[in-house]
Ligand binder design. Structure first.
Ligand code: NAP
Ligand code: F7E
Length: 339
C-alpha cells in the first residue's frame, strides 16, 4: 500500500454500487482522494433518510454524485450506466449477511445474482471499455478442502449467499472471456472496521462490550464461538480493489491476512482490552447457529502481494482495539477512563 503516491491523480469517473456500506464508504474516500469523479448507486429510500442511511458517507457526501436505482431493476441500472458512462465500476452492493441468506434465499439470490448480471449487461452495451470489479467472497470456498485458500481452491459454498457469490464470480469471468470486458473479481476474506454493520459478529462484540461498560446491557448472546475467520481491516482491502482495476489485464485475486482467529478469541481480545472477562458476559444462544456453518477460513494472498504489491498492515489486536475504542466513544466512554 505504499503504492499510492499522491501525485498519481486522475480525472476518471467511477461508479460504486453499495456506496452506503462499509466498503463503499472507504472506497469512495480513496477514489475522491485520488481525483476521481465518484458516482454512487443508492436505494431511493436512502435519499429520503440521509441522516440514517448515508451516515457512513459523513464528510464526503457533498463531493459524491448519488443516483437512485435498484439492483432488482435492469431499467434503473441501465439508466445510471447510460448517464454516468463510468471508466471504472465497483460492484459492492449485495445482501451481504450470511445468516439472513438462510431466512430468505430468494431475495439473496435475486439481488446478488441478477444485480450483478444487470450491471454487467448494461456495461457491455453502454460502456464496454469500463473496468469492472466484482466483490467476491471467501464464503465461496465454504467447506474448503484446503487451508489456506487461494485462487485455485475449489468452491464449496454453504449458504445461498455463498452460492450467489459463486454465480457472480462466474458471470464476471464469462463477461471477461466472452465479451472482452476488463472484469476482475476480488475474493475478499472478512474485513472489519468501526463502520462494520452491527449484525456481523465482530461489531456485535465490540458494540456489546461498549454497551456493557456503559451499563446499558449485562450480557452478549452469541452463536458458534469456535468458527475461525481471517479478519483484516476494510480500509486496506478497498486499496486492493482499486489496484486490481489498474492492471493492464483483468484477473481474480484472494485478499486476506493469512492469519485466522476464532470468534472466541475475538471476544476474549475485545473484553480483555476493556478490562472484562468475556466468560462472565458471553452467553451461548443455539438460535444463532447457522444450518450450515463455515468453520475455518484462512486466505493466501500471495498472488495479490506479487502482482498488485498489496499487503495488509493492521494486525488482529490492533483491529479489535480500534473497533472497541470507536464503540466506546459512541456511548460516551473514553477507554482510558474505563474503571
Ligand atoms: P455492507 O456494509 O453490508 O453494504 C452492502 C451495500 O449493498 C449497502 O450499500 C447496501 O445499501 C447495498 N445493497 C444491499 N441490497 C441492495 C439492493 N437491493 N439494492 C441496492 N443496494 C443494495 O457490505 P460490505 O461489508 O461493505 O461489503 C461490500 C461487498 O463485499 C458486498 O458485496 C459483500 O457481499 C462483499 N464482501 C464483504 C466482505 C466483508 O468482510 N465485509 C467480504 C467479502 C465480500 P443500503 O445501505 O441501502 O442497505
Ligand atoms: O460471522 C459466527 C458465525 O456474520 C462470522 C460477510 O461480510 O464475511 C462476512 O460473513 C462467524 C460465523 O460474518 C455470531 O457463525 C457466532 O461463523 O460476522 P459474520 P461471515 O458470515 O463470515 C464474508 C467473507 C462475507 O462475504 C459476508 O458478506 O461468526 N458467529 N456468533 C456469529 N455471527 C454473527 N453474525 N452473529 C453472532 O451472534
Amino acid at each position: 500500500m505504499g503504492l499510492l503516491p499522491l501525485f498519481q491523480m486522475s480525472s476518471k469517473r467511477a461508479l460504486i454500487t453499495g456506496i452506503t456500506g462499509q466498503d463503499g464508504s472507504y472506497l469512495g474516500e480513496l477514489l475522491l482522494n485520488r481525483g476521481y469523479e465518484v458516482h454512487g448507486i443508492v436505494r431511493r429510500v436512502a435519499l429520503e433518510d440521509p441522516d440514517h442511511r448515508l451516515s457512513r458517507l459523513g464528510g464526503i457526501l457533498p463531493r459524491l454524485k448519488l443516483h437512485a436505482a435498484s439492483l432488482e431493476s435492469f431499467a434503473s441500472i441501465h439508466r445510471v450506466v447510460h448517464e454516468v458512462q463510468p471508466d471504472e465500476c465497483y460492484h459492492l452492493a449485495a445482501q451481504s449477511f450470511v445468516s439472513y441468506s438462510f431466512d430468505d434465499e430468494f431475495s439473496t439470490l435475486n439481488i446478488n445474482i441478477d444485480g450483478t448480471h444487470f450491471l454487467l449487461a448494461a456495461l457491455r452495451a453502454l460502456a464496454p471499455e469500463c473496468r469492472f470489479y466484482f466483490a467476491g467472497s471467501s464464503e465461496m470456498f465454504g467447506l474448503a478442502e484446503e487451508a489456506p485458500q487461494n485462487e485455485r481452491t475449489r468452491f464449496h459454498p454453504r449458504s445461498s449467499y455463498g452460492i450467489s457469490k459463486v454465480a457472480g464470480f462466474h458471470l464476471t469471468q464469462n463477461y471477461r472471456e466472452a465479451y472482452g470486458l476488463h472484469a476482475s473479481s476480488g475474493i475478499l476474506f472478512n474485513h472489519e472496521s468501526p463502520r462494520r454493520g452491527f449484525e456481523f459478529v465482530t461489531r456485535k462484540i465490540t458494540a456489546g462490550v461498549a454497551r456493557i461498560l456503559a451499563g446499558k446491557s449485562s450480557e452478549l448472546r452469541l452463536g458458534n464461538l469456535d468458527a475461525q475467520r481471517d479478519w483484516g481491516h476494510a480500509r486496506e482491502y478497498v486499496v486492493a480493489m482499486w489496484q486490481m482495476l489498474q492492471q493492464s489485464e483483468p484477473d481474480d485475486y484472494v485478499v486476506a491476512t493469512g492469519e485466522c482467529h476464532s470468534v472466541r478469541e475475538f471476544a476474549d481480545a475485545a473484553f480483555s482490552y476493556a478490562g472484562l472477562d468475556y466468560r462472565r458476559y458471553v452467553k451461548p444462544d443455539p438460535d444463532l447457529f447457522r444450518p450450515a456453518e463455515v468453520n475455518l477460513l484462512r486466505g493466501d494472498a500471495g498472488k495479490a502481494r506479487r502482482v498488485l504489491g498489496w499487503t495488509h498492515r493492521t494486525g488482529f489486536e490492533e483491529l479489535v482495539r480500534e473497533m472497541v475504542d470507536a464503540d466506546c466513544r459512541a456511548v460516551g466512554i473514553e477507554r482510558g477512563k474505563i474503571p
